[in-house]
Design a protein around this ligand. Structure first.
Ligand code: HSE
Length: 405
């Protein structure tokens, strides 16, 4: 039997208990050990609930119990999670976490520490909820040089954008629905401003390129600027708007960014709708690989956490090698990255058109019935810097969205 402790009895923590109860028998068979939850750390008491006897409020009880071999950290946030996890590793306990803030900020250090302590620091649930992506990058795709990772990594924003497109829902209503379903972060700004997706692509990039990608270095733009009108135009182009998190090798450099992008049905992520996440990986020998599934929610996330617990239990006394050096990867300045852009400008008279044509050269006009008072178009390929310079010359556009076709 392997004893574990769960830090935090919130959405994911209670999901972990439920998964172990629901599938305990088959999990034990696959693991070779029974998994026993000895403690749950939480500020609350949960009086009258089946977990009441497992609840402790003092972390030192868990830390100082040599019978506890694995800690499940599902509290979220950097502190006190970081301190608790570090102390656990130093005490010779493995840690399984769903905490993307913690992994993005301290992943390299905690992996190095766990290697030295011959324990494991596993974080499958930190990206893509229930979708296996960390383990594939760390184990199945190790024969490849990763050239690109592009993902829909935030379920809340994908749900909002999907609802705006399929039901003509407005932004706030769709966000409220996502919150009610338990997908959104406590502070939904982390979702809608792209910060959550940014941390997740930082984790994936660090694993893919084996060096520290600091999330602070990643250009990040959320979906708060996307309007119903933009969605109308996307539909008119047979496209949809997705919040994409990308990191890509160009020559010897890697660039990374999070931004809403227009994609067409030919793109593998086009059909990823609702709360689902999708992750597209391109390797230099395997080619293109896609991962798809529930990127948020209690049980899918708990499924990934429990799978990590099984892995940790199977590897007690042995460190599973993870290639993520703390050496910083200097990202390419996104200003040099080239895209096409979809642009809407106010005014559609001959003067406005002439100015756009003079500044942007050859463009492709996009028309939507009832929007005759504005001029909308697709540019050719331009660097971010060149686009900004041109956009300044025509006055502030009503909107501009990067285009992946
Ligand atoms: N708020 C996150 C999302 C939860 O919407 O994807 C999963 O990390």
């Amino acid at each position: 039997m392997v004893n574990i402790a769960v830090l935090g009895y919130g959405t994911v923590g209670s999901g972990v208990i439920e998964v172990l109860r629901l599938n305990g028998e088959s999990i034990s068979k696959r693991c070779g050990h029974d998994i026993n939850v000895k403690y749950i750390l939480d500020l609350r008491d949960f009086k009258g609930e089946p977990v009441e006897n497992l609840i402790v409020h003092d972390y030192s009880v868990i830390l100082n119990d040599p019978e506890v071999k694995i800690i499940v950290e599902v509290m979220g946030g950097v502190e006190p999670a970081y301190t608790f996890v570090k102390e656990a590793i130093l005490k010779g306990k493995s840690v399984c976490t769903s905490n993307k803030e913690l992994v993005a900020k301290h992943g390299a250090e905690l992996l190095e520490l766990s290697k030295a302590q011959k324990v494991n620091f596993l974080f499958e649930a930190s990206v893509g909820g229930g979708i296996p992506i960390i383990r594939p990058l760390n184990q199945s795709l190790t024969a490849d040089e990763i050239e690109e990772i592009t993902g829909i990594l935030n379920g809340t924003t994908n749900y909002i954008l999907s609802k705006m497109s399929s039901d003509n829902a407005d932004f706030d209503t769709a966000l409220k629905e996502a919150q009610n379903m338990g997908y959104a972060e406590r502070n939904p700004q982390a979702d809608v401003e792209g910060y959550d997706a940014c941390r997740k692509i930082a984790i994936l990039s660090s694993l893919a390129f084996g060096m520290q990608v600091d999330f602070e270095d990643i250009y990040t733009e959320g979906i708060t600027g996307i309007t119903d009108t933009d969605v109308l135009y996307a539909k008119a182009m047979g496209a949809s708007i997705k919040l994409l998190a990308t990191s890509k090798k160009v020559g010897n450099h890697v660039y990374a960014m999070v931004a809403p992008m227009l994609i067409k049905p030919t793109h593998p992520l086009f059909s990823v709708n609702g709360v689902f996440n999708g992750i597209f990986v391109r390797g230099n020998v395997i080619g293109d690989v896609m991962f798809y599934g529930s990127g948020a929610g209690k049980l899918p996330t708990a499924s990934a956490v429990v799978a990590d617990v099984v892995d940790a239990a199977k590897h007690i006394g042995t460190n599973i090698m993870t290639f993520w050096s703390s050496k910083k990867l200097e990202l390419r300045d996104v200003k040099a990255v080239e895209h096409r852009f979809f642009v809407r400008v106010a005014g559609c008279d001959d003067k406005a058109r002439a100015l756009v044509n003079e500044v942007f050269g050859e463009i492709e006009e996009v028309k939507v019935d009832g929007r005759e008072e504005e001029y909308s178009f697709l540019t050719g390929f331009l660097s971010e810097a060149a686009f900004e310079e041109k956009a300044d010359r025509i006055g502030k556009p009503l909107s501009r969205i990067r285009v992946m076709f």
